[in-house]
Ligand binder design. Structure first.
Ligand SMILES: CC(C)(COP(=O)(O)OP(=O)(O)OC[C@H]1O[C@@H](n2cnc3c(N)ncnc32)[C@H](O)[C@@H]1OP(=O)(O)O)[C@@H](O)C(=O)NCCC(=O)NCCS
Length: 195
């Protein structure tokens, strides 16, 4: 995809994998999203500071509608990970700084609900996101950041073939002032094609 093409790029609606679907959040997703977050609070809270913003189904509905609008304008492309029956398994997405799509650079984020964690889901989702991102999206490079304390997240990136590119020392700060290193992983399209 050339930079001229990226001016007219609109995010594709979704991606169907064997055991899940990735798609933009939509109006009406609030109750299912709230159920997934509410049943996973202690699991998510360690690394996902946004979890308590979902204090009610209405908060989650507002988030789903905002996320849908941002997806349509390619401002930030948060997505649902849905089971074939529509259950919310987690959330993921592509995002970046201003001009991210024109520059072919995106970052991937992800969370998995507590009762689906440890079953290989995040590894499967990241593999599909790379496949989708390097084919239907204009990415030349995708990255992943995680706390140096988040071994599960680091393993997900490593298993997808992302390379540890650096450590941002003492880069994130918890509300109580505790500081953590951030590990930055990345993969370029030609590396993904060569795999
Ligand atoms: C991190 C997270 C996305 C991983 O999802 P998941 O579906 O459980 O991941 P997978 O089952 O694909 O497992 C990935 C790898 O991590 C390993 N792993 C899991 N927990 C681990 C831990 N506490 N320490 C070390 N490795 C761990 C698994 O064994 C697996 O590696 P393996 O296949 O070599 O055995 C999920 O736990 C989560 O949502 N955590 C809270 C939110 C979060 O931290 N998101 C990432 C932000 S960067």
């Amino acid at each position: 995809m050339t930079s001229a093409d990226t001016q007219s790029f609109f995010p594709p609606d979704g991606w169907r994998a064997r055991s899940f679907v990735l798609r933009s959040w939509r109006a009406g997703d609030g109750a299912a999203l709230f159920e997934a977050v509410d049943s996973s609070r202690s699991h998510l809270r360690v690394f996902m500071p946004w979890v308590d913003k979902h204090a009610s189904p209405e908060d989650s509905e507002r988030y789903a509608r905002d996320a849908c609008a941002r997806y349509l304008t390619a401002d930030k492309c948060d997505m649902a990970v849905l089971a074939p029956d529509g259950r919310v398994l987690g959330g993921t997405g592509f995002f970046g700084h201003d001009g991210w799509l024109a520059e072919g650079m995106g970052e991937v984020g992800m969370w998995v609900r507590a009762d689906e964690a440890g079953k290989g889901l995040a590894s499967r989702v990241l593999a599909e996101l790379l496949r989708w991102g390097f084919t239907d999206w204009p990415f030349l490079r995708l990255s992943w950041r995680c706390s140096g304390d988040n071994r599960a997240s680091a393993r997900v990136a490593e298993k997808a073939g992302m390379r540890l590119e650096g450590v941002l020392r003492s880069y994130s700060v918890d509300p109580d002032g505790t500081r953590h290193d951030i590990q930055l992983y990345g993969i370029q399209r030609h590396e993904w094609v060569a795999r």
